[in-house]
Ligand binder design. Structure first.
Ligand code: RP5
Length: 160
């Protein structure tokens, strides 16, 4: 199926974290792609990716990077698509990457999730697409119901 979410990582070394996003999308049958591209090491490939993503059918981009994490912002500069940034934990427990991703200049936002919060990025991307896709909206409703059930079951165990 044509991917509707694109996951881009600054390095394949980010994959152990981003596997959580891939797993959630696979579990929920959301078509996605995953690639490593670097704002610093492959800048031209990043720009080509960002400029072409929308016409390839991508709806939301998830961009993950650690250290001086320019990747999500550089992608956001060259696409009209929403970009969700995932700071990867590294040198300063991910604070360096989080501030690099979240503190964007006015006019070029990146929706930033928590450090290593890859699953949340996958869910947020899916929620954005669910606004205009009822089948995907049903998957979000089902996910929320599972979360609620888990809390209820945990409460029952406390009472037992
Ligand atoms: C960032 O530098 C990457 O996103 C990664 O988190 C970090 C280290 O990259 P490698 O040296 O492991 O390739 O650009």
């Amino acid at each position: 199926m044509t991917p509707i979410i694109s996951i881009i990582m600054g390095s394949t070394s980010d994959m152990p974290v981003m596997e959580k996003a891939c797993k959630w999308l696979n579990d929920n049958a959301i078509p996605f792609e995953v690639n490593a591209l670097s704002a610093h090491r492959t800048p031209e490939a990043v720009e080509t990716f960002a400029r072409n993503a929308k016409q390839r059918g991508i709806k939301v981009i998830i961009a993950a990077a650690g250290m001086s994490a320019a990747l999500p912002g550089v992608i956001a500069a060259s696409t009209p698509l929403p970009v969700i940034g995932v700071p990867i934990k590294g040198m300063l427990d991910g604070l360096d990457a989080m501030l690099s991703i979240i503190q964007m200049p006015p006019g070029i936002p990146v929706a930033t999730v928590g450090v290593n919060a890859a699953q949340n990025a996958a869910i947020l991307a899916t929620q954005m697409i669910a606004l205009t896709d009822e089948a995907i909206a049903a998957k979000i409703d089902a996910w929320k119901a599972v979360l609620g059930d888990k809390i209820e079951q945990a409460n029952e165990k406390l009472k037992a």
